[in-house]
Ligand binder design. Structure first.
Ligand code: VG1
Ligand code: CO
Length: 543
């Protein structure tokens, strides 16, 4: 029952962005659209015939249908074993772990991450390699090239898979294993953290609120917090995954997770709050009246890593994406370990992790992770924070105050201008890009521009080069502003403005970041004509 389906013409818009192919759900419903990208991927990824493949997703609209299509195409391409999960629910970090622990040649994760879901939202496909991490640019470029000349695809006719309960089945000659997508992940977390110690904290009067945002982490968080760690029922909010995330935008930041933010920052009943995104790889950490900037979070985990059993022997090194603040660099210098600066996107951490050069890594976009898998990991970060608080016996605000008092503070903010007309955004970006060589020596926010460039990266492990990764304006006092265009949006263009300014331990450590960065904000607006060219008088999202 092998079918060979001919394509009238190839699709010309299947270039993966920062994290997989991400398009509107309706676009993915175009006949043969999903199949085209999967065919190209199955042709390009090495080892598919005879190999093991992991497939699952964040539960958004289209998840089960896509799993069924991928299973039948995998069988047609000679995959020997397909591992998928009950209800098709599999977080991105849990998928990374399954790929590694089952020796799979690849994984296909169905998610548009933090983008809204549902018929009017977005859908996405992420291709991961045998190391469990996002496919490197060489592979995503090859997949894109393959889609451009595709003349058809292969698929088997087969009965629908039963994903209601764990079990086994076959499609053609391919074995299918349906497993619980939560079990293995939870077991991994138990190896890294001291659950008894965290449970003692959660069973006391330390109150936690976790917001799963009706996305994939609900079942994982319920098992971890309310099950194993004994936190009271209700600790996990919005814990049932919904195809449209309850109409919300499953992005854990102060704008889209505002209910949780209000609970912690305005109310006084909770000691700790956290949220994860659609596919479970992002995290936001909050304390009572305290927001932890993700760049600071990476620095705090680095400084306190040995408090967790999984990291008791210390760290080989750390890495951060270029727009992430240098807070982790300062800690790494103190610890005497290397700190790498990579382009935006988790795929750039893969080689460093595989080579054992780093143990922790993170991005300002609420992503933190380690060498336990090859993706960022939202619940891992939440457990790590709880571990630190349990051992140190202090509040989140006290951890932050102590950290800044020792290392100084990197005031940091990201301003996003979402859904800007594409021409306007590219016009703005290209104009600043053209100004870069003339900027050094000019005044900026009462300081002098020391250097300005478009960030390029040479991978220290395989020597591959990635150019055009973001425009940097670096000032003489160590402050900086970075401009990037998003590679994950699906409507118009999203301009990201990253602002950073360092204050030493003896300086003013308790300012509102928006105030501390006000002069940089005004100066970049004047230089890049942001408000004028976007037609927006303020950012859509400020973090
Ligand atoms: C954004 C973030 C980036 C992150 C990526 C994927 O990319 O800035 O740091 O790695 O999303 O995250 P961009 O190109 O839109 O800035 V996720 O949670 O979508 O897998
Ligand atoms: Co995500």
């Amino acid at each position: 029952e092998l079918r060979q389906v001919a394509l009238e013409r190839p699709f010309d818009d299947q270039k993966p962005g920062t994290s997989g192919l991400r398009k509107s759900t309706r676009q993915f419903q175009t006949p043969h659209y999903l199949e085209s990208f999967i065919e190209a991927s199955l042709r390009v990824v090495p080892g598919i015939a005879g190999g093991t493949l992991v497939v699952g997703g964040d539960g958004r609209y289209g998840n089960l249908e896509a799993i069924s299509v991928i299973a039948r195409m995998a069988a047609a391409h000679g995959v020997s074993r397909l591992i998928t999960t009950t209800a098709g629910i599999l977080s991105t970090p849990a998928a990374s772990h399954l790929i590694r622990s089952h020796g799979a040649v690849a994984g296909i994760i169905l998610s548009a991450s933090h983008n809204p879901g549902g018929l009017d939202g977005d859908f996405g496909v992420k291709i991961n390699g045998a190391n469990g991490g996002p496919a490197p640019e060489s592979v995503t470029d090859a997949i894109h090239a393959a889609t451009l000349s595709l003349d058809g695809y292969r698929i088997l006719e087969a009965d629908p898979l039963n994903l209601e309960v764990p079990g086994t089945a076959t499609i053609g000659a391919m074995a299918v294993e349906v497993i619980d997508g939560v079990d293995d992940y939870v077991a991994l977390m138990q190896k890294l953290f001291d659950f008894d110690r965290i449970a003692a904290l959660l069973r006391g009067d330390f109150r936690v609120a976790f917001d799963a945002m009706h996305a994939v982490t609900g079942p994982y968080a319920s098992r971890l917090f309310e099950g194993l760690l004994g936190a009271p029922a209700g600790t996990v909010r919005n814990g049932v995954p919904l195809a449209d995330f309850g109409g919300g935008h499953p992005d854990p930041n102060l704008t889209y997770a505002h209910e949780l933010a209000d609970l912690l920052l305005a109310g006084g009943a909770y000691d700790f709050g956290a949220a994860c995104d659609g596919d479970g790889d992002r995290n936001m950490i909050l304390g009572r009246h305290c927001f932890v900037n993700p760049s600071d979070s990476l620095a705090v985990l680095t400084a306190n890593a040995t408090l967790a059993p999984g990291y008791a022997d210390g760290l080989a090194g750390v890495a951060r994406s270029m727009p992430t603040s240098a807070a982790a660099d300062v800690v790494a210098a103190e610890l005497g370990i290397p700190c790498f600066e990579t382009p935006t996107g988790w795929k750039f951490f893969g080689n460093l992790l595989d080579a054992g050069r780093i143990t922790l890594c993170g991005e300002e976009s609420f992503g933190t992770g380690s060498n336990h898998i090859r993706e960022k990991d939202g619940l891992w970060a939440v457990l790590f924070w709880l571990q630190i608080l349990a051992v140190r016996g202090c509040s989140v605000a006290e951890v932050m105050a102590g950290h800044w008092g020792r290392f100084g503070r990197h005031y940091y903010s990201r301003h996003d201008y979402e859904a800007v007309a594409s021409d306007a955004a590219h016009g703005l970006y290209d104009r600043v890009s053209g100004m870069l060589t003339s900027l050094p020596g000019q005044g900026f926010a009462g300081r002098t521009i020391r250097a300005a460039d478009d960030f390029g990266y040479t991978d220290p492990v395989d020597g591959s080069i990635s150019r055009g990764q973001g425009l940097r304006v670096l000032l003489d006092d160590g402050s900086r502003v970075v401009l990037r265009l998003s590679g994950t949006g699906t409507k118009g263009a999203t301009l990201r403005v990253y602002l950073e300014s360092y204050v030493s331990p003896t300086g003013a450590l308790d300012l509102d970041p928006q105030q501390a960065l006000k002069d940089l904000i005004d100066a970049i607006d004047a230089l890049a004509e942001i408000r004028q060219r976007t037609g927006m008088d303020r950012p859509t999202v400020i973090t």
